[in-house]
Design a binder for this molecule. Structure first.
Ligand SMILES: Cc1cc2nc3c(=O)[nH]c(=O)nc-3n(C[C@H](O)[C@H](O)[C@H](O)COP(=O)(O)OP(=O)(O)OC[C@H]3O[C@@H](n4cnc5c(N)ncnc54)[C@H](O)[C@@H]3O)c2cc1C
Length: 386
């Protein structure tokens, strides 16, 4: 592994996340993958180890704010299990809108419980007819006096049903199109807010992916995040901030796959010698490692940029997510190749890693959408220089 010159604190966070993930998630990951059981046991252990508030300032109950520490922890958890990794990271996705756009009162009310890990958060944007085209959302939030009345259904929401706090994007004024969306904080248990279909997925199977259903759900106007009409600004700025976390998930899954491939290649003998001594196999391992380090370097550089206070990081954030997730997909497929037929079997973890890696190319904006964003950001950057 390259030397990323981590500070002592960063090394401590990485080592702690690695230790807790290995103790609590490693023995259970195959079972959770099979049954789809939500990994509460691991999540409670991360909370007990004070790992849930790394990206949150101390004033709001966290131990940060540090996107880098959050990425290091997400990577180590995902190295053991992608499903647990996304469960951990999606709580941050649900909380970042509150951190970025919440009032002092909202932050003080909601963040300490999320930062301590006693409550999980979730983020609800996607709907059946609105994925990449988020402006097509149909859930409405209509103002009535001091309240908003929500109606509609969100689809595929990570931590849905398990989280207590939800950041939701809904249309407050359809006529205004993209400028007619607003963001709200919703609490589990609010009358009219329920949960629908739970998905049966290819990978990250222990994570909860569920519908959120709003039926005349009344919330007070104090639950609005930012101003009316800012819903998509909230969503886009949140995703800019959290995409390095998807990159970190991808890097973690890929590292897990490389670990397995290296170990297996040294143990497995064919033609009277370990397959690790066959140059064709060595070249696969060399490419896996090189792609992995390039992905990790992009993710860490982006996290460090954000932590250093740079205001413009859409380009870096999309590039980190795009490259790391494409690398993870290739690296996990290659790991199966190194293990041969055994790699295809459920007795070995690499087939799960491949299934887990796939989603990192899809959520928080597909990789096609990342390429669109990268090109736009590049053109904008170039135009501003002339
Ligand atoms: C397991 C899982 C968990 C998720 N968790 C959450 C969550 O917590 N919260 C949340 O809000 N959402 C969540 N999502 C939704 C996720 O973000 C969307 O699936 C994703 O944004 C893509 O939308 P879509 O699936 O509708 O695909 P579509 O938008 O229908 O895209 C289909 C294909 O067309 C391509 N495409 C579409 N438009 C363009 C374009 N303009 N240019 C180039 N290519 C394009 C896409 O890249 C893709 O290949 C989750 C999804 C899954 C599967």
């Amino acid at each position: 592994m390259l030397n990323y010159l981590l500070t002592e604190e960063q090394q401590m966070v990485r080592d702690l996340a690695r230790k807790v993930a290995r103790e609590k998630a490693l023995p259970k990951r195959a079972e959770w993958d099979e049954t789809g059981e939500f990994p509460w046991e691991a999540m409670r252990a991360f909370a007990a180890a004070d790992l849930c508030g790394l990206y949150v300032a101390e004033a709001y109950g966290g131990t940060g704010p540090s996107v880098m520490n959050f990425c290091l922890a997400t990577e180590e958890i995902s190295r053991v299990c992608g499903g647990v990794g996304v469960t951990f990271a999606a709580s941050a996705l649900g909380a970042v809108p509150i951190l970025l756009f919440g009032t002092e009162e909202q932050k003080k009310k909601y963040m300490p419980a999320i930062a301590s890990g006693s409550k999980l958060a979730a983020f609800g944007l996607t709907e059946a007819n609105a994925g990449s085209d988020a402006a097509g959302i149909e859930t409405t939030a209509i103002k009535e006096g001091d309240d908003y009345i929500l109606n509609g259904t969100k689809q595929w929401i990570t931590n849905g049903g398990e989280a207590e706090v939800y950041s939701i994007i809904a249309m407050t004024n359809r006529k205004k199109g993209a400028r007619g969306a607003s963001a709200f904080i919703l609490e589990k248990g609010t009358p009219g807010f329920g949960f629908g279909k739970k998905e049966n997925k290819m990978g990250i199977r222990c994570s909860a992916t569920r519908e959120l259903v709003f039926q005349d759900c009344k919330i007070h106007k104090s639950q609005l995040l930012g101003k009316e009409g800012m819903g998509f600004i909230v969503a886009m700025q949140t995703l800019d901030m959290t995409r390095p976390g998807i990159g970190a998930q991808a890097v973690g899954i890929a590292q897990g796959a490389l670990d397995e491939a290296l170990h297996y290649a040294r143990e497995r003998k064919q033609f009277g010698k370990p397959i690790a001594s066959i140059q064709a196999v060595q070249h696969i391992l060399a490419d896996m490692s090189t792609q992995l380090e390039a992905a990790r370097a992009l993710v860490y550089a982006t996290a460090r940029m954000i932590d250093a206070g740079h205001k413009e990081f859409t380009l870096a954030s999309s590039q980190a997510k795009l490259f790391a997730s494409d690398a993870a997909m290739k690296i996990t497929v290659d790991a199966i190749q190194v293990l041969g037929g055994y790699g295809y079997m459920k007795e070995y973890p690499v087939e799960k890693m491949m299934r887990d890696a796939k989603i990192t190319q899809i959520y928080e904006g597909t990789n096609q959408i990342q390429r669109n964003q990268i090109a736009l950001a590049l053109i904008k950057e170039n135009a501003s220089k002339k």
